[in-house]
Design a binder for this molecule. Structure first.
Ligand SMILES: N[C@@H](CCC(=O)N[C@@H](CS)C(=O)NCC(=O)O)C(=O)O
Length: 204
């Protein structure tokens, strides 16, 4: 049984979506960020940077394994499940890597800044608001261009899509709107309808 340490945030939903898609037995281990549970000494052994998501798998390759970083977790779950969401073909895998890294390193990192400065901060800081709104819109335009001639970002549905769905759902749909990004809207709605995704966004 895999223990999945998450909370109700973009990166938490990425990991839970990958776990649900994997079909592997797992259980949610909630880490309440509002209560600062991520700083607990036991959790810091798994995730030294006090970040969710993390996982512990007693049945890892060569023995028990713990992992943090959503990209590593998405790869691990898809490879272990062998469900095709991280392809084995070298060329297809490189394309997934490209968009997975974009998703983890650029898309979510900057979308989190949008969340901080535009959505959650009680004070208004107009230059930061304008900057991160422009950044988010630029990233949505990037995604829209890619999805104009690809059904999913790397061709077939993959962990790269999983890495970009939560922020598109949380900030693209809810805060900016997807009217100007029709390919993103089509892609978002197809992913939202997947049974694994519906389960992943359920309560815990
Ligand atoms: N690069 C990391 C980022 C993870 C991350 O930002 N986690 C946030 C929640 S979405 C967190 O745990 N924040 C709590 C903290 O920093 O104390 C990943 O992709 O997993």
């Amino acid at each position: 049984m895999i223990d999945l340490y998450i909370w109700k945030t973009d990166n938490g939903y990425k990991a839970r979506q990958a776990a649900e898609e994997s079909g592997l037995p797992y259980r949610v281990m909630p880490v309440n960020l509002g209560l600062k549970e991520q700083f607990g000494p036991e959790f810091l052994k798994i995730s030294p940077g006090h970040k969710i998501p993390a996982l512990v798998d007693p049945d890892g390759p060569g023995g028990p394994i713990s992992l943090c970083e959503s990209g590593a977790i998405l790869k691990y779950l898809a490879e272990k499940a062998g469900n095709g969401l991280y392809p084995t073909d070298a060329r297809r895998r490189l394309v997934v890597d490209q968009w997975l890294f974009f998703g983890s390193a650029t898309y979510t990192t900057l979308a989190q800044q949008f969340g901080h400065w535009v959505v959650r901060l009680p004070e208004s800081v107009p230059p930061a608001k304008a900057h991160y709104t422009a950044v988010l819109r630029d990233m949505l335009a990037t995604l829209d261009r890619r999805l104009a001639d690809h059904e999913y970002v790397a061709g077939d549905y993959s962990i790269a899509d999983i890495s970009m769905y939560p922020d598109t759902h949380l900030h693209g749909v809810n805060d900016v709107g997807l009217a100007e990004f029709p390919n993103v809207a089509r892609w978002h709605d197809a992913i939202a309808a997947r049974p694994a995704v519906v389960r992943a966004w359920g309560e815990f």
